[in-house]
Write a protein that binds this ligand. Structure first.
Ligand SMILES: [Zn+2]
Ligand SMILES: [Zn+2]
Length: 381
């Protein structure tokens, strides 16, 4: 089969790879029809994620058709069209029983903190991803769901990570009626978090980024006030000024570790084999939220961080809430919102890239070229 393969930092190629096969009774193999490149894939592409092995395939956002099922799979059959959450999870452990699918205890022998993810290095379990013609889906009764016939394939792909993660970011922010909500980062997750904040009662939504085309989308898609931090000396001072010098009630960090990379991050990642970096967005969040407010973190961070303003967070009485999104837990409510026509998530899609052209897609995304916000990947005919 054809698959995107990691060759080293800034080097990916599409080439022939062995077909995935059923390795456990509860596996399925899914023929991928559509996928996406995620902002967090850039951490892998830039060589920032520890234990990203040459030869592995990225891609944790994909939908497709069930091609083969293991003998114990009960919920799926060959030919079913499924959307697959980016989390690999068992569905039955202590954590899964509590809906904490992103914290599943049975899917990642390499780490205790993080659960399993498709196509996201051996740090998250070493599962090959869906930027390929076929992908192995473990615990096939737990993760995938049939794609409802009334949603488009593009919407279904966005339901595998970006939309639920953004919605979850707004949920974690504990928004109450009339709150001022600041969203740091106007990538897909930030845009969906900003749009979701209104659904949860926000009275005012402010989005901060440094790319004008993304801020434009924050205005037109998420109806947000926007600020370009590159145009201001101190974005925290500005955010204080526009929030009555109190700070915002809720701040959502939809940036995480700088996917762009910076010197400090290269040093900590490459030399110490940690996904480090400077927690700039997180410190902005801690500074820009009002005393007693909530900081919600859905941006991707690696395991090691220093210089987080934890003392300030304590002294301000903040609530800090964070997690990788348990995607499947968000689906019922999101499908209700979509069915009610509250929004069309595909408005943020900017590119549709055939699998064979994915290396070019990574370059466009990494270099922030061509107004790129969300590139989808088309696979097969
Ligand atoms: Zn993603
Ligand atoms: Zn589990």
């Amino acid at each position: 089969m054809r698959a995107l393969v990691y060759r080293g930092p800034y080097r990916v190629e599409v080439r022939e790879k062995d077909m995935p096969r059923i390795e456990h009774h509860n596996d399925a193999v899914v023929k991928v029809e559509m996928g996406a490149i995620c902002g967090s894939d850039l951490h892998l592409y830039h060589g920032m994620m520890p234990d990203t092995r040459v030869g592995t395939t990225f891609g944790h956002e994909f939908i497709g058709t069930v091609h083969e099922v293991g003998p114990s799979v009960r919920n799926l059959k060959v030919g079913d069209r499924v959307m697959v959450p980016f989390n690999v999870f068992c569905g039955t452990c202590f954590f899964c029983a509590r809906g904490l699918y992103s914290n599943c205890h049975n899917v990642n022998p390499n780490a205790t903190a993080v659960g399993g993810m498709y196509g996201y290095s051996h740090t998250t379990g070493g599962y090959d991803g869906g930027q390929a013609e076929y992908v192995r889906v473990p615990f096939a009764d737990a993760g995938p769901s049939l794609i409802p016939d009334w949603i488009s394939d593009e919407t279904a792909v966005l339901l595998t990570d970006a939309l639920p993660t953004g919605y979850f970011g707004a949920q974690l922010a504990d928004i109450v009626e009339g709150d001022t909500v600041v969203v740091l980062g106007a990538g897909p997750v930030g845009l969906f978090a900003a749009r979701s904040a209104w659904l949860m009662g926000a009275g005012r939504v402010i989005v901060v980024d440094h790319l004008e085309h993304r801020l434009e989308k924050a205005r037109t898609f998420a109806f947000a006030e926007t600020y370009n931090f590159a145009e201001h000396d101190d974005i925290v001072v500005l955010l204080k000024r526009v929030t009555d010098h109190l700070g915002a009630d809720r701040v959502i960090d939809a940036v995480g570790a700088e996917a762009d990379g910076n010197l400090l991050m290269h040093v900590t990642s490459a030399k110490l084999k940690l996904q480090g970096g400077s927690p700039v967005a997180l410190n902005w969040a801690i500074d820009a939220v009002r005393k007693g407010g909530t900081v919600s973190v859905v941006g991707a961070y690696g395991p090691m961080f220093s210089a987080v303003k934890f003392g300030d967070a304590m002294n301000k009485g903040l609530t800090l809430r964070m997690n990788q999104c348990p995607v499947k837990r968000q689906w019922p409510r999101l499908l209700e919102h979509l069915r009610a026509g509250y929004f069309d998530p595909t408005e943020i899609v900017t590119h549709r890239i055939p699998l064979e052209h994915l290396p070019e897609g990574y370059h466009i995304m990494s270099a922030k070229l061509d107004g790129c916000i969300k590139p989808l990947v088309t696979v097969g005919d």
